[in-house]
Structure formats: structure tokens, C-alpha cells
Design a binder for this molecule. Structure first.
Ligand code: SF4
Length: 457
């Protein structure tokens, strides 16, 4: 049977370790016709800003943009939930012809009066980028009239990649940072950047740091509040969890407020432990923080190890494929899957950069596929060829796994179970176990990339 060919324009974005010369092309716009799994610039900005719960999020564009990203992050809130609405100006043909600025002004004005948010984010989507509404002027007028920050998120979908949306979101947050009172912030304070509290993870991580004696000043943007963002420049350290989305903001804050930053990950045992000890090392003048970090690690590990070992016994030797947003998460997942005795046969990302992929190459075993900005056909082909038992990805990858006839684990925006921290590692192992070992796979024939039946697992 003929193998599915890689599109000519994508040849540089797929690599097999140990076989191909590694010179991965990344950070480029998606190839036309490739049906990328990657989201647009607007979506990138929305996923970062959406968890700011007491802000108004108004999508200036056709209704489809708002529907596509409605409730895109299942981010949990401990208070306000204004963010859960998907407000849109619902631009029509008549607005495209005559301009939509007036419609935007009226919609935003009414919504601010009704919901009384602490700030408003106005997302400019593709159509607005094309017709050229002066969104900046509308935001300025509304800020003056309503006495709250009204911020234009310049995020027309066609302007670049999802990563450009992250950048637009960071620029929007940077407009709030530095405008609040920092006089009461404790000396051992950190901001967590790029933790979105999808299923309550921010609360788990905050609890670890609090037990260490470290104050979490702001989580940007999980369970976010405008007031916390305004005071974020008062922290001693920025701890960047999602490097792809938040390094840019950390760099802005370093330049503007001289706040250093470190990169961490809260997924998997090794990286979670390093995240606690790295923060303790930063506050080395207070050795008690390091001691308390050790206690947190011991207590948490003791609690999960028996369960983890049971899952490991069942999953050892099984194969996993990963396709995630940022490459930094892929490193943690590879390590976490190794703890479970599993092999990673494919690792891909939507927004990795050259250094990320170099690091992925080092950490992956020979024969593993490394892939940038994949499309469904490529994922199907390599998952089938490499005989993966489970695909770990986001909502767009779920149908791919089920069509092939393998397990799926949601490690993205839509999940409802916390996967970060020590308790999260146990949940992750449980999710993978349930999916891989489900008896349903005994009843299905696995498909190849052309839909022909192959074999039972
Ligand atoms: S911003 Fe553009 S690419 Fe993104 S959802 Fe809207 S129309 Fe589609």
C-alpha cells in the first residue's frame, strides 16, 4: 500500500530521530492546504486572556470567531465569571461595507454598563484587520468615559501564527501591569506566568508555594483578576510555566521593572520538584524556604507513589504520541510518560521554536517522530506507523485518535481534571491508564491512514 506523502511545503517540518538530518523548520506560517491543527492569532490571544475572570472579553468580528473560541479554556474561577460569556459584535456584510466602529462602541458601552467589569479586552479579528476599524480610538474613548482600562487586543487571525496571538495578549497585559499599588506585597513574592487554572491547577500550585512560605502575588492568567495584574510588578520573581505564551511578558517585565524570571513546568514529578526547589534557590537568603520545599516534596510523593506504581505496572512498554501547543510541555510529558514506563514515539507542537526542537531531539529516543505544526493526515500516518497506543493532545486531536482506534488523553484547554502538580501526575497516570487499557479497544480494528482495517491491538 502506498504511504501518505508529506506535502512539499512541509518537508522541513517533520523529522525522524536517528534517520533524518535534523534541520527542523519552525515558527513559520502554516502551509496552504495543509489543514493545520494550529489555531489562529486571535485564538492565541484569547486563550491567554480568557482566564481573567473579572474582565469583559468582547470579540469584534463575525459571530464565527466568538463561537470558535467560546469557553475555549475551561479555566476555573474562585469568584467572578464575566469571562465565561462570549460577547461578539457579530459583524455583517453591511458593517464590512460601512465600518463596524460605531457598532463596537455601542456594544462595549452597553456591556460595560451592564456587567461592570474591572477592565475590557476588545479582540480585533480577521475582518477588522481587513476593513481597518479604528479600534484603538474606540478603546480610548471608552476608557475615558467608563473609567476602566479598555484594551485593544490586536489579533487579526491571518497576521501570523498562534504565537503572535500570545504576543498580542502579553502586550495587552503589560498595559495593566504597573498601574496598581504594591506597598503591601510581601518580600518573598512571586508571579506565576502561564498557568491557566484549567481544572484548578493554579490552586494546587499556590498551595505548594504557600506551604514553602512563598507568597503568590498574581497568577497570570489563571483565576485572574485585573487588580492582581496591575500589582504584578511588585513581585520579586516571575515564574514562567507556559514558556510559549508568557516568556514575552516576562521579558517585558524584566526590562521595565527589573524582575528576573525562571522557566519551570508543573507537569510530571521531576519538573514539579525542580519548580519548587528553583524558587527556593532564588530566595536563598531564607534557607527555611528550601527546607519547607523538601517537606512539601516528601509529603506529596509519599501520597501518590503507591497509586503511581500500580499504573506503571500496567502501562510499561506501551507507546504514546504527543501533540501539544507548546514544546516545553512536551518535555515534561515525555519525562512523565517515562515514569510510567511508556515510550514516546511521536512528539509534536504547534508553536515550538528552534531551541525547543533541539531539546526535543535530545530527549526523544531513536525512531521518534518530531513534528512542527502537524496536520491530521501526518498525525494519523505516524501514529499508525509507530503503533502508538494513546495520543495525548487537545480537543482537535481527539477525533484523530478515535478514527485510528487508539486511546486519547486530553492534556489541553478543555479537560476537567487537574494534571499539574503531584496529585495531577497521579490523575494523568489514571487518565492514560483508563484510555489505553479500556476494553473497548478489543472490539475495534485499528485503521491505517486510508481508513482500511489493519489489526486488533
Ligand atoms: S480571527 Fe480569522 S482565522 Fe481566527 S477565527 Fe476569526 S476569521 Fe477565523
Amino acid at each position: 500500500m502506498e504511504k501518505l506523502k508529506i506535502l512539499e511545503g512541509r518537508r522541513g517540518q517533520v523529522f525522524e530521530k536517528g534517520k533524518d538530518a535534523f534541520k527542523l523548520n519552525c515558527g513559520v506560517k502554516s502551509t496552504s492546504g495543509a489543514v493545520s491543527q494550529r489555531a489562529c492569532v486571535f485564538c492565541g490571544s484569547r486563550v491567554v486572556l480568557y482566564p481573567i475572570t473579572d474582565a469583559l472579553h468582547l470579540v469584534h468580528g463575525p459571530i464565527g470567531c466568538a463561537a470558535y473560541t467560546w469557553d475555549i479554556r475551561g479555566s476555573m474561577s474562585s469568584g467572578p465569571v464575566i469571562n465565561r460569556h462570549s460577547f461578539s459584535t457579530d459583524l455583517r456584510e453591511i458593517d464590512v461595507i460601512y465600518g463596524g466602529a460605531e457598532k463596537l462602541y455601542k456594544a462595549a458601552s452597553q456591556l460595560i454598563d451592564k456587567h461592570k467589569p474591572e477592565a475590557a479586552f476588545i479582540y480585533s479579528t480577521c475582518i477588522v484587520g481587513l476593513i481597518g476599524d479604528d479600534v484603538e480610538a474606540v478603546c480610548k474613548k471608552l476608557s475615558e468615559e467608563k473609567k476602566i482600562p479598555v484594551i485593544n487586543v490586536d489579533s487579526a487571525g491571518f497576521k501570523g501564527t498562534k504565537k503572535d496571538g500570545y504576543k498580542a495578549a502579553c502586550e495587552s497585559i503589560a498595559k495593566l501591569v504597573g498601574t496598581g499599588d504594591i506597598s503591601m506585597i510581601a518580600p518573598y513574592s512571586i508571579n506565576i506566568l502561564g498557568e491557566f487554572n484549567l481544572a484548578g491547577e493554579a490552586w494546587i500550585i499556590k498551595d505548594y508555594y504557600t506551604r514553602m512560605g512563598v507568597n503568590v502575588n498574581a497568577v497570570i492568567t489563571g483565576d485572574g483578576r485585573v487588580a492582581d495584574l496591575k500589582r504584578a510588578h511588585g513581585a520579586a520573581l516571575n515564574v514562567v510555566q507556559c514558556a510559549g505564551s508568557m516568556t514575552y511578558l516576562a521579558e517585558i517585565m524584566k526590562k521595565k521593572y527589573n524582575i528576573p524570571f525562571i522557566r519551570v513546568s508543573y507537569f510530571g514529578l521531576d519538573d514539579m520538584t525542580s519548580a519548587l526547589y528553583d524558587v527556593a534557590a532564588f530566595f536563598e537568603k531564607n534557607p527555611e524556604i528550601n527546607e519547607r520545599a523538601g517537606m512539601v516534596v516528601k509529603d506529596e510523593m509519599d501520597a501518590i507513589m503507591p497509586g503511581l506504581l500500580r499504573y506503571r505496572k500496567a502501562l510499561s512498554g506501551k507507546k504514546a504520541a504527543l501533540y501539544v501547543g507548546g514544546a516545553f510541555k512536551a518535555f515534561s510529558l515525555i519525562k512523565a510518560l517515562r515514569v510510567l514506563g511508556m515510550d514516546v514515539v511521536l512528539a509534536g507542537s504547534q508553536t515550538g521554536n528552534k531551541e525547543d526542537y533541539e531539546d526535543l531531539k535530545k530527549i526523544c529516543d531513536d525512531g521518534a517522530i518530531i513534528i512542527d505544526d502537524a496536520n491530521p493526515q501526518e498525525l494519523s500516518r505516524y501514529i499508525t506507523e509507530k503503533k502508538a497506543d494513546v495520543l495525548i493532545g487537545g480537543v482537535k486531536e481527539r477525533p484523530i485518535a478515535y478514527k485510528i482506534g487508539i486511546g486519547f488523553c486530553d492534556h489541553n484547554h478543555e479537560r476537567k481534571i487537574p494534571l499539574a502538580g503531584y496529585a495531577g501526575m497521579l490523575n494523568f497516570a489514571g487518565e492514560v491508564y483508563s484510555s489505553v487499557m479500556s476494553p473497548v479497544w478489543k472490539l475495534v480494528l485499528r485503521n491505517d491512514t486510508f481508513g482500511q482495517k489493519r489489526s486488533r491491538p
